[in-house]
Design a protein around this ligand. Structure first.
Ligand SMILES: [Zn+2]
Length: 280
């Protein structure tokens, strides 16, 4: 089903017993990572959503682009980091590029959502866990700068494991750099819509994922800063179920609305239309 990276759903696959392997193809059934229900792959439909709980299975940036936008023109397609002296980093990066057909963990450009023109960024958790590398930050910064110059709104789909440890302090710098570009965009009275997708964590949550004028989220997406296990071992307490799920964030005021993936095009289209500048 997944044309970009057939290996990516390996961890969700239901194990087929040896004696049945000749009759049941591998990957035909998946387990929902949220509710655990076993699902026939085709039941996920084009939006790759669990029919039981509405959890949206993780998508690669190009898959999401195909579902959500039209008339897309990409920015900075070939931007990539050149210094990779951290041990093993160059190999990991090469593998990520090959698997995702991207040069960095975010896709940026301009396009239309439900007919409305917008600057658009889509992070890809299959590219080194969507980690925030120097060039990821640079691409998102340029996206906001370009949007400010062209007086366009920004829609950003976040998905990230956080800062890219292989790039050390240069990775952490991106949080401040992108935040400054977001602020300049906001000062120009232009809207910024975030869509939190599973998972959005670490430095991305600690910066631009939480700076949107409106923050939408896909059902049951995991959103947090530190991992639940790290918190549990620090405070020596068991965390409640759904501690870092968007439903909890919504109840505590960190998210404005949870929107099923199937409804996102129409919802974003409506928000973009409502916030359109009169001259455009
Ligand atoms: Zn489910």
């Amino acid at each position: 089903m997944n044309i970009f990276n057939p290996k990516k759903e390996e961890s969700n696959k239901i194990k087929v017993p040896e004696e049945m392997k000749d009759r049941i193809p591998d990957g035909l059934f998946l387990a929902c990572p949220y509710c655990g229900k076993e699902i026939y792959n085709k039941e996920l439909g084009p939006y790759r959503v669990c029919p039981n709980c509405n959890y949206g299975f993780r998508l690669q940036a190009h898959e999401r682009l195909a579902l959500f936008a039209t008339d897309f023109t990409e920015f900075d397609e070939s931007l990539t980091i050149s210094e990779t002296d951290f041990p093993g980093y160059a190999e990991k990066l090469a593998r990520a590029k090959q698997q995702t057909q991207m040069q960095e963990s975010v896709l940026t450009g301009v396009g239309r959502i439900d007919g409305q023109q917008t600057a658009l960024g889509i992070m890809d958790s299959y590219f080194m866990m969507g980690s925030l590398g120097t060039q990821t930050g640079e691409k998102i910064t340029r996206l906001f700068e370009e949007a400010t110059a062209r007086r366009l709104p920004v829609v950003l789909f976040t998905a990230s494991g956080g800062a890219r440890m292989q790039e050390g302090i240069r990775s952490l710098m991106q949080m401040a750099k992108v935040s400054a570009a977001v602020a300049a965009h906001q000062e120009a009275a232009l809207p910024y819509f975030v869509v939190l997708t599973d998972p959005t964590t670490g430095g991305v949550t600690a910066s631009f994922a939480m700076q949107g004028d409106l923050i939408l989220a896909e059902p049951h997406a995991l959103v947090g800063f530190a991992g639940a296990r790290v918190i549990e071992s620090t405070i020596h307490e068991k965390l409640p179920k759904d501690f870092q799920r968007v439903e909890t964030l919504l109840a505590n005021g960190f998210v404005d609305q949870i929107v099923p993936r199937q409804d996102l095009v129409a919802r974003l289209g409506l928000l973009l239309a409502l916030h359109q500048e009169e001259a455009r």
